[in-house]
Design a protein around this ligand. Sequence first.
Ligand code: MSP
Length: 482
Amino acid sequence: MRYNQSMSKKYIATAIPYVNGAPHIGHALDYLLADVFARFCRQRGDEVRLQAGTDEHGNKIFQKAKNLGVPVTEYVEENSQQFRKFIEELEISYTDFIRTSSKEHIARCQEIWRRLTPHIYTAEYDGWYCEGCEGYVTQSEYDENQGVCPDHQKPYIRLAEKNYYLRISNFKEQIRELIERDRMRILPTFRKKELLKLLANAPDVSISRPREQLSWGIPVPGDDSQVMYVWLDALSNYITVLGYPDQDISDDWPATVQFVGKDILRFHAITWPAILLGLGLELPQNLVVHGYVLANGQKMSKSLGNVIDPMEVIHKYGVEAFRYYFLRHVDTFADADFTWEKYDNAYNNELANDLGNLVQRVATLCRKNQLGVQAGANYEVDQALTDEYAALMQNFEFSKAFDLVWDKIQYLNKFIDETKPWELAKQGKLEKLNQSLGKLIGNLQLISRLLAPFLPATAERIAEVFSQTEITPPETPLFPKS
Ligand code: MSP
């Protein structure tokens, strides 16, 4: 692979989920996208920091614990561990894990509040609120959605209370300019446009709630009657995890990229930039916004009873199959569907047939013809493919990059069918045979490198087979047929 970028530090951040339940398959996306990019960067020699964590404050979580009759600290601890276990099952190469109920985070958040004081004022809030989003809702959003949150199917509630506000208006112009000039690049472009429209009418945001309304949160410094609004607390995780403000974070900040779902775009592209500018910090370089995973074409919800347990999906064919489906069949930027039928087909037709068979066929042909990898052999590498792939990966177009690799896998299967190496062997056309097998070996080595960010264990197994002086097929197929 050609390295055209010098080694550098990268900080990659993921949205931190609420711990009001177990992880579902939709939660996998932030982690998988971040992990693919992290592995791609490491392969190119970068030093990568990848953060994950859990968002543990707020009424939703407090209520849930209360209904279950469990102390809230125990409840969040247990669910946070479930998310951590999930991340580990997914083989996410994270380096940092933050819990927003940790002592360090709480103290750092309070210091962040103090530093933002010049941009904070108090006022009465009288308006709509979505408890599902833990978000304030404008009258026009209320009207447009006829009083019910489309993401949570829950009626908005009316709030009248004294709150602290962050003066978004102080930063609006600056944020607009930074986003327009791609200083914080929002991808895909249609999300950037959507955000710029939202920004034009963005009101100042409330950053606290009265303690009697919200007891499970970080106390506002200097005002015992108020608790920080969960989003201020949650967004700050991206820098408190690095040690801000006690430590110098200039080695890691600004983040190279943050991955978030489409429902939390405005928090990350309006509130978060305002906080950062208020603190005198730069904005993340990229904000990648992914779509939703649907189950059988429908939004997953507990009331519809169609929530898919990710552990069940992982345990059916293993984690590599899970990564394959969610990274290739879920377009990086669009909504996508999960059905067991699609999943089974992807496993059998693509992983087992296309890739598994290719590896088995080529390795068997090599063994029969006693062809191994010669020391110092320089197999022809498809530079155009490598370059196109790298360009897509750098632009966070992961599912497209994955498609390219798959096209190559399918092309190689066709190449074998057409060149029929077994006939070349029978006919004694040894030069032609060695040439064809050499091409296949070189391409499988390349495929292993290009697959590594997506399917790390599979890539390693392929590399292992096609690096030996005596090539032998893997003892068990890469993806046994189900
Ligand atoms: N706690 C906030 C994020 C705070 S970040 C400072 C939150 N939590 S969440 O649990 O609701 O969502 C966590 C992530 O999962 C978000 O990026 C969200 O968009 C994503 N998803 C939640 N459901 C999803 C799907 N069905 N499909 C894809 N992603 C989804 O928001």
